[in-house]
Design a protein around this ligand. Structure first.
Ligand code: ATP
Ligand code: MG
Length: 572
């Protein structure tokens, strides 16, 4: 491809609205342009990357026995009402009405549709197992679309669905998909990790995510993994053995007492003012859970895990209570809520609270806290583990190693759905014993567009993107310094044609631009191998071959340039 004939609108400066490196680079290097929040145009270079990722995904899915189909993007609302997800997915679902005022859904995932297709078509256990997949644009009205393609409202996904007769069959299918995922992400060049995850709105009995570890801010997920065994889980799901009681001496209960804490609202402010550690305070967090106000109690130095709380309450929606709600139920501003006298509010406490003595709580009165409180002073409706596990705590699996944390980008996931959807939609088959049974299902996603950006987040430097060769938009980038020079032009086209004849994808910068501009753009767009030359190098009959990663450079006679470039590319 000639630069002049394609469309690569690079930008000199970082776009103001991008926060993380990969988003900035995708915009600057001319891969994407936003249309509106979370909705992007994929420009020609991006299109090349998408095709390469899709190809790898297709090859490995086909090799694992999956069958490609294409399902509709528009779904009738009834399907989602039947499965019960119309309410669960709620606001995240893009909805519309047709001319007859019938509700339609723009698909964000296809469990309902595939189950509907299979129902009545697959009748016998002899037709199982089956694995169907598609690669398609998905729609989700994300509450916070951000970071470019990382969290879009429209994005490309590979989704696969397995149908088995038995749970053992499902486990087999699940493992096969996990293996295919390892192959896909390793071919792309990621040091990918498979971690346990929460099942979320998908439901089912178990789930895993494939994470690309990143050091930068692009990792939306925190993973806790054991330093000794193979335990690894998304922090939303992770558990740990608490170290709360390490070295603690039991205390005699003291008399509780109201104290004036003017303007002290945060844990640090209150405990600093009262000269106690944060582990001597119980935070009272108020939530609105499907319309009901709930108080969650947790030790002052812990974080609450909202996913665990939401799961425990089997809720569809959980949000922090707004200031006016806090005022209504506690009679005080935000920052002074406490469990004593908090009537008509369901109180859920983390089990750690049960072991605490003589702690501090808010008094449900402005500028006031209560000290020397004990659990006998109020009523806890339920104890439930709602604490977020933390790095440094003990592994729940081996009971020995400490947990370490790192951040990652979720590029794919696996769900053991079981019979949730086949039960809800009445999708059954006749088993070998002649009995009608629901299909045992699994569901498996890969974010194609998110994977592209994850690669940029994982592989870049201060000058630009460093594409791993498996998904680079082109293999080689030819940069003649002056395209108007006859000799340079001849060499450029000769190399360009020969590399293409030998099966490689080549971009040639045929612009009449200053060399600095071309080299900066080459670094920015990140093609793995660059071949460049000008008057001076050609005078010696030589060209320069530069690897984008590490910027190693070799000079080589023109006649040997193609072989050498291919050799260098092969070693990447
Ligand atoms: P997340 O926890 O990031 O919201 P999810 O659990 O909703 O992800 P799935 O519904 O399983 O994800 O989708 C499968 C894959 O699609 C994810 O692993 C991710 O790679 C990708 N994906 C999900 N949501 C988005 C989005 N809003 N933008 C881009 N890719 C996405
Ligand atoms: Mg999501």
């Amino acid at each position: 491809m000639l630069w002049s004939q394609t469309f690569i609108p690079t930008l000199r400066d970082d776009p103001a609205d991008a926060v993380i490196d990969s988003h900035k680079l995708m915009l600057r290097a001319g891969f994407i342009r936003q249309l509106t929040a979370g909705i992007y145009n994929y420009l020609p270079l991006m299109q090349c990357v998408i095709h390469k990722i899709e190809r790898i995904v297709r090859e490995e899915m086909n090799a694992a026995g999956a069958i490609e189909i294409t399902m509709p993007v528009l779904h009738p609302a009834e399907l989602w009402q039947k499965s019960g997800r119309w309410d669960v997915v709620g606001k995240e679902q893009m909805r519309m009405k047709d001319r007859h005022q019938r509700d339609l859904v723009l698909g964000g995932t296809h469990e309902e549709v595939i189950t509907w297709i299979v129902r009545g078509e697959l009748r016998s256990y002899r037709q199982l197992p089956k694995n169907f997949y598609q690669i398609q644009t998905k729609f989700r009205d994300e509450p916070r679309p951000r970071f470019g393609l990382m969290r879009g409202r429209e994005f490309i996904m590979k989704d696969a669905y397995t149908f088995d007769a038995t749970w053992d069959g499902l486990k087999n299918a699940y493992n096969k998909m996990a293996e295919a995922y390892f192959k896909i992400f390793r071919r792309i060049g990621f040091d990918v990790r498979m971690v346990e995850s929460d099942v979320g709105a998908m439901g089912g009995t178990g789930a895993h995510e494939f994470m690309v570890p990143v050091e930068t801010s692009g990792g939306e997920n925190v993973i806790l993994s054991c330093e000794r065994c193979d335990y690894a889980a998304n922090i939303e799901k992770a558990t740990s053995l608490s170290l709360a009681d390490e070295g603690a001496r039991p205390e005699e209960p003291r008399q509780k007492e109201m104290v004036f804490t003017p303007g002290m609202k945060t844990v640090e402010e209150v405990t600093g003012f009262l000269r106690v550690g944060p582990e001597k305070l119980v935070k009272t967090l108020l939530y609105e859970v499907d319309g009901e106000v709930v108080a969650a109690l947790i030790r002052g130095d812990r974080e609450i895990n909202e996913v665990k709380l939401k799961n425990y309450m089997r809720a569809n929606e959980l949000v922090m209570a707004a200031a006016d709600v806090v005022m209504r139920v506690t009679g005080a501003q935000v920052g002074f809520a406490g469990p004593i006298g908090l009537s008509r509010v369901r109180i859920i406490a983390d089990p750690e609270v049960k072991r605490m003595r003589n702690f501090v709580v808010g008094a449900n009165r402005d500028d006031t806290h209560i000290i020397n409180v004990n659990t006998v002073d109020f009523t806890v409706d339920e104890y439930a583990e709602i604490r977020q596990a933390q790095a440094g705590e003990i592994c729940p699996r081996c009971n020995q190693g400490r947990l370490q944390s790192y951040s990652g980008i979720e590029v794919g996931n696996l769900f053991m759905l079981g019979t949730k959807y086949s039960d809800a939609l009445g999708a059954n088959f006749i088993d070998s014993d002649g009995v009608e049974k629901p299909f045992v299902m699994g569901s498996y996603g890969i974010g194609i567009t998110r994977t592209a950006q994850a690669a940029v987040e994982a592989f870049h430097d201060e000058k630009g993107i460093i594409w791993p060769k498996a998904i680079a938009p082109y293999d080689f980038h030819i940069v003649p310094i002056e395209i108007t020079d006859r000799r340079q032009r001849e060499v450029a086209f000769a190399l360009y044609e020969e590399l293409q004849e030998r099966g490689y994808a080549v971009l040639m910068d045929d612009r009449e631009e200053r060399p600095g501009v071309k080299f900066n753009d080459a670094d920015l767009i990140g093609i793995p191998v660059r071949i460049s030359f000008g008057d001076r190098s050609l005078k010696d009959g030589q060209v320069e071959i530069v690897k984008r990663r590490g910027k190693e450079m070799v000079k080589i006679p023109v006649e040997k340039a193609v072989d050498k470039a291919i050799e260098i590319f092969g070693q990447l």
